[in-house]
Design a protein around this ligand. Structure first.
Ligand SMILES: NC(=O)c1ccc[n+]([C@@H]2O[C@H](COP(=O)([O-])OP(=O)(O)OC[C@H]3O[C@@H](n4cnc5c(N)ncnc54)[C@H](O)[C@@H]3O)[C@@H](O)[C@H]2O)c1
Length: 303
């Protein structure tokens, strides 16, 4: 079967991971970045991701680095944009892409939060523009939210879903172009309550994270929240909601506690202080733990 030609724009954290999953599945990938330094590092990064997953690092031979956007996009069947999260920059990139690609090519953005419709505004062929929201790091996390904007064609969604499934990713169809799609809405709803609990002095940040990791988080990878409700019974969920929902945080914007932390420069591990204090060693141990966990899960999926 002929493999679709993929172009990935942006050779950063997300772009290199996205390029790796397509290279590993045997697709020719043209990777473009405006930074020659980022492009120079990309092939070794992709080989490193392959080794991590017991994939032949020779898969990086499917990669072609392109200094020029038009060169990367010209022969592409699918373009995935992973440049920084700036609306105007993405719009400029898509305007160039529309001119540089064949009309049948899919144009996908990996934006975390910018509405797909905003990125496609002003384009003549919005039916081929959609979101492909990979999770970080894309070579280890299988989920991709395929986001259909109001003018995205059904055919574009089906083609994107089929392509992602064919390379072992796990696409889901997000039927409306809403901020945060599905995953980030859920993640940040949880963070809103977590911050409110710490701000109110109910517990400290370490305790909060233990409750999640050692409590309901321990089963989240195998039991989604709606499955869990079905398991225990919706009548129980309703009874809990009757008592709880009105008491949950409903701040209309970011919590003042979060704003104060940022204003004080306490922005997280890189600064040694976020919701809690961090030594450099603790931060690096945590990163290693997360990587080990995700690598083990990704290897298990490949078996
Ligand atoms: N990092 C995450 O957790 C994550 C998760 C999901 C989605 N995203 C989204 O993916 C996108 C990329 O994020 P990232 O974390 O990989 O960023 P990054 O900063 O690691 O990489 C961005 C790359 O794009 C390059 N670049 C800048 N302007 C460019 C242009 N005009 N054309 C081509 N390349 C250009 C930069 O040189 C850099 O190498 C963003 O939209 C982000 O919101 C990020």
């Amino acid at each position: 079967m002929t493999k679709s030609h993929i172009a990935v724009l942006g050779a950063g954290r997300m772009g290199c991971g996205i390029a790796q999953v397509f290279c590993a599945a045997g697709h020719p990938v043209a990777l473009h970045d405006t930074s020659s330094e980022a492009l120079a590092k990309a092939p070794e990064t992709i080989r490193e991701y392959c080794r991590l997953l017991d994939v032949d690092p020779g898969a990086a031979a499917n990669l072609r680095c392109a200094r020029d956007l038009e060169d990367a996009a010209a022969g592409a069947d699918v373009v995935i944009e992973a440049v920084p999260e700036r609306r105007e920059q993405k719009r400029e990139v898509f305007a160039r892409l529309e001119a540089a690609t064949r009309r049948e090519a899919l144009l996908a953005t990996n934006t975390s939060a910018i509405p797909i419709g905003d990125i496609a505004a002003g384009l003549k062929t919005p039916e081929r523009v959609l979101g492909m929201h990979f999770w970080n790091p894309p070579h280890l996390v299988a989920l991709v939210e395929v986001v259909q904007a109001s003018r995205t064609g059904d055919d574009a969604v089906s083609r994107a879903m089929a392509l992602l499934e064919s390379i072992g990713m796990s696409p889901v169809h997000v039927r409306r172009d809403i901020p945060g799609f599905i995953g980030n809405r859920l993640q940040h709803a949880l963070k809103r309550e977590a911050i409110a609990l710490v701000a109110a002095g109910v517990c400290d940040a370490r305790t909060l994270d233990r409750v999640v990791k050692e409590g309901f988080g321990a089963r989240l990878a195998v039991l989604g929240p709606l499955e869990q409700s079905d398991l225990v019974g919706l009548d129980l969920t309703l009874a809990v909601h009757e008592v709880l929902i009105a008491d949950l945080d409903r701040s209309p914007g970011p919590h003042p506690y979060l704003r104060a932390k940022v204003a004080a420069g306490e922005t997280g591990m890189a600064k040694g202080m976020g919701f809690r204090s961090w030594t450099a060693r603790e931060a690096s141990e945590l990163e290693q733990r997360v990587d080990l966990h995700l690598v083990a899960a990704a290897r298990a999926r490949r078996k």
